[in-house]
Design a protein around this ligand. Structure first.
Ligand SMILES: Cc1cc2nc3c(=O)[nH]c(=O)nc-3n(C[C@H](O)[C@H](O)[C@H](O)COP(=O)(O)OP(=O)(O)OC[C@H]3O[C@@H](n4cnc5c(N)ncnc54)[C@H](O)[C@@H]3O)c2cc1C
Length: 393
């Protein structure tokens, strides 16, 4: 293993530019969003060409072909030099692994290398105005036109669709059968006349997600993933990859770390310390300790689950446990951070708040979404009850 570590160190020292170390401009993916620093683009290209953006994926599709242990070494070395994560997003965490499991050889060869290089950005077309938790009620219709499907309907909450190049979509291909049995999974190029992406403007002024309209849009038959009308199984498996990412179980999510509050330091700063140097308020002290212990236990459990899962593929329904716990923990810890800051933790704008204080009040709001996307907390509990604990319906 030492030899591999040395190889990694040498390679990083030759190829990772200073501007890709530490914080700074985010490395973007896809053909639509541009980076101003060309060195970052070059860093992403080099890492991609080496296969190390997605280290454990097979070499023939642009991955690194590394074992999980080698990948772990690579991650440690990237962390050691604070190298910025060159590849994130739904290509790596969701559609890539799903195509590796369900895709045809042609689909893998056409799509996966572009994901590995970060050249193409993907988004997810699942939710509809009338189909969220009850996803199988989706109505977006795809009609067989020979070489292609003609797609009509609307998806909503499509995160990042305004920046994405391709979308994976659950469509209804049979209306005459029980709802789970008439769904297919297709890949669609967003750069076509029949697709209209409209960013949804939030009260904060930003647009994290979009409404996506399909008006006689084209999904090529060669981009049907899995069998016709069997898309529900493919779609569900993709959700396990998604939840695995949110739950900190996947290779890429192990590197993606949500900002974590330093609760103890915050409490001492805003509440004060007693003569023993402990948080002055006993009740708050207990809460902070409880969070520290829960966070530590969760991280160890994630690490154990990653180490025990030698396949590198997402686990099954148990991913819901990690998604549920992780989402609640990050939401509650950001909430506690703001409570510890008192009125300084409720700011939105203005000079009476520091940049950090404003950031945390926004994190506390944003982390609430963790318990909604990828399936709400209640839906995760339903899955755990039915599929993990085998409780009766
Ligand atoms: C930040 C963010 C990003 C998102 N990105 C995407 C994306 O990229 N692509 C995409 O397709 N979707 C995306 N979504 C949508 C997300 O998947 C849905 O919001 C989610 O599945 C819930 O659906 P809904 O909003 O329609 O709520 P509903 O399904 O209407 O649920 C409303 C409430 O009822 C509860 N509920 C519903 N059914 C049950 C049940 N059977 N048992 C118990 N409780 C139940 C829910 O838990 C929830 O609290 C995103 C959402 C957010 C917040």
């Amino acid at each position: 293993m030492n030899t591999f570590r040395e190889e990694v160190r040498d390679w990083l020292s030759d190829n990772c530019p200073n501007s890709a170390r530490g914080s700074g401009e985010q490395i973007t993916i896809g053909s639509i969003m541009k980076m101003s620093d060309p060195a970052l683009l070059e860093w992403r290209r080099k890492l991609g060409a080496k296969g190390w953006t997605i280290p454990t994926w097979p070499k023939e599709y642009g991955g690194g072909g590394l074992t999980p242990q080698e990948s772990h070494v690579l991650v440690e070395e990237l962390r050691a030099i604070k190298a910025r994560v060159p590849l994130v997003g739904q290509g790596v965490t969701m559609i890539g692994p799903t195509l590796l499991e369900f895709g045809t050889e042609d689909q893998k060869r056409r799509h996966i290398p572009k994901i590995a290089l970060g050249d193409v950005m993907w988004c997810q077309g699942y939710s509809e105005p009338g189909a969220g938790s009850d996803l199988a009620s989706l109505q977006t219709r795809a009609v067989d036109k020979g070489d292609y499907f003609e797609v009509n309907g609307q998806k909503t909450w499509t995160s990042g669709a305004q920046f994405a190049d391709w979308i994976f979509v659950l469509v209804r291909t049979d209306t005459q059968v029980p709802k789970h049995e008439g769904i297919s999974f297709v890949l669609m190029d967003l750069a076509q006349e029949g697709i209209d992406v409209r960013p949804i403007k939030l009260i904060s002024g930003t647009s994290a997600f979009c409404d996506t309209f399909f008006d006689n849009a084209v999904a090529d038959k060669v981009d049907l993933v899995g069998q016709l009308n069997k898309g529900w199984s493919v779609g569900k498996r993709l959700l396990q990859y998604e939840r695995s990412g949110h739950g900190g179980l996947s290779e890429s999510s192990a590197r993606r770390v949500l900002p974590e509050p330093d609760l103890s330091a915050t409490a001492k700063k805003y509440i004060g310390e007693n003569s023993e140097g402990k948080i002055a308020d006993a009740a708050m002290r207990e809460e902070v300790i409880r969070f520290a212990m829960n966070t530590r236990c969760f991280k160890l459990t994630q690490q154990r689950a990653r180490e025990e899962n030698a396949s590198g593929k997402a686990m099954g329904a148990t991913t819901s446990i990690f998604k549920l716990y992780g989402a609640n923990l990050s939401r509650d810890s950001a909430d506690l951070q703001c409570r510890l800051m008192g009125s300084q933790g409720n700011g939105w704008a203005g000079n009476s708040f520091s940049r950090k204080e404003l950031e945390w009040s926004q994190h506390a709001l944003a982390y609430r979404a963790n318990t909604i996307y990828g399936g709400t907390a209640e839906i995760q509990k339903n899955i755990i009850a039915k599929r993990v604990l085998n409780l009766p319906e």
